[in-house]
Design a protein around this ligand. Structure first.
Ligand SMILES: Nc1nc2c(ncn2[C@@H]2O[C@H](COP(=O)(O)OP(=O)(O)O)[C@@H](O)[C@H]2O)c(=O)[nH]1
Ligand SMILES: [Mg+2]
Length: 307
């Protein structure tokens, strides 16, 4: 299956990502092969923002732009908020229809179920599959809700934060800390009233943040494809900054660290899941109640016993 995915067969790619989604025990072997035989490195671009702001439409627009450059493109739509696919993601699939028959585009959606430890656990593995299939650029769309957008920023080389006029996003922006995570701001729906005001407000806020990289603000009308080249230009400028400043290496190292940590924690958690009702735990609880054992010592003994 890995060989077929590597050859770019969409069904093998889809199957491997399903295994990631379901936390298959085969993943250990699959990841070992993917890592050992890694030949290419994909450029990972995250898109985040409120529901309805135009992430899927913009993703479609960017896919078209990268395809025009002859690059193979992957799209991963991650829904961190619910264990159910369908719904919003179904709508996304309709918007991506243009690319459905293009062999140079892989589109997958993934629900990150709670028990997998969410985005941090599964997304890097899905990205690795798409990378192995030869994707040079991977766009990751995720709904900007709470922790998810911070997670996406730590997964991507470049994070695009989308806003739209009239969604009250300006105020939200400051609150949610997106000023820290956005590498590029896209003000979509620039065909609507209030776009210029939104851009002005954003520019004032950016001016207050001390960062090496000042995120550019790009207006777009995604459903008409307007502004696509400006977004690509902003992405390229950020990419150059990443390479020249050494930030690219730092981000990727941090990402690898996060992934290892997420797997280690998930493993620990699953080991402990079996402990509930375990005799060792019962015995320690008994000793705590009857023999004055303190909970820290008890926890130490438990940790020493679990492997
Ligand atoms: N007026 C306007 N509507 C847009 C634009 N881009 C997308 N939309 C519409 O906004 C709605 C939500 O878009 P979608 O891409 O699904 O948003 P997502 O939830 O962020 O993925 C759809 O009905 C789009 O057709 C735009 O530039 N201007
Ligand atoms: Mg969407």
């Amino acid at each position: 299956m890995v060989a077929r995915a590597r050859a770019g067969q969409p069904r093998a790619v889809a199957r491997l990502i399903s295994l990631v989604e379901n936390g298959s025990p085969l993943l250990r072997e699959i990841m070992a092969r993917l890592c050992a035989e890694r030949t290419t490195t994909a450029r990972i671009i995250g898109l985040t923002g409120s529901p309805g702001v135009g992430k899927s439409t913009s993703t479609g627009m960017l896919v078209r732009a990268f395809r025009e450059q002859g690059r193979r493109v992957g799209v991963l739509a991650v829904d961190p908020s619910s264990p159910f696919t369908g719904g919003a993601l179904l709508g996304d699939r309709v918007r991506m229809q243009d690319h459905a028959t293009d062999p140079g585009v892989f589109i997958r959606s993934m629900a990150s179920r709670g028990h997998l430890g969410g985005l941090s656990w599964a997304t890097p593995q899905a990205l690795r599959v798409l990378e192995a299939a030869g994707c040079e650029v991977i766009l990751v769309e995720t709904v900007g809700v709470g922790q998810a957008e911070v997670d996406i920023a730590s997964l991507a080389d470049t994070t695009i934060v989308l806003l739209a006029p009239g969604m009250g996003d300006g105020v939200q922006a400051a609150k949610a800390g997106i000023l820290e995570i956005a590498d590029v701001f896209v003000v979509n729906k620039a065909d609507r009233d209030g776009a210029q005001a939104a851009i002005r407000e954003l520019r004032n806020m950016i001016a207050l943040v001390a960062r090496d990289w000042k995120p550019p603000i790009v207006p777009t009308v995604a459903y008409r494809g307007e502004g696509a080249q400006d977004v690509v230009g902003a992405l390229d400028a950020h990419w150059s900054y990443l390479e020249e400043s050494g930030e690219l290496g730092r981000r990727r190292l941090a990402r690898a660290r996060d992934e290892i940590e997420a797997i280690a924690l998930a493993t620990l958690r699953s080991r402990f899941a079996h402990l509930h009702g375990d005799r060792r735990l019962d015995a320690l609880a008994r000793r705590m109640l009857d023999e004055g054992l303190d909970p820290y010592r008890a926890a130490d003994e438990l940790l020493a016993a679990v492997d």
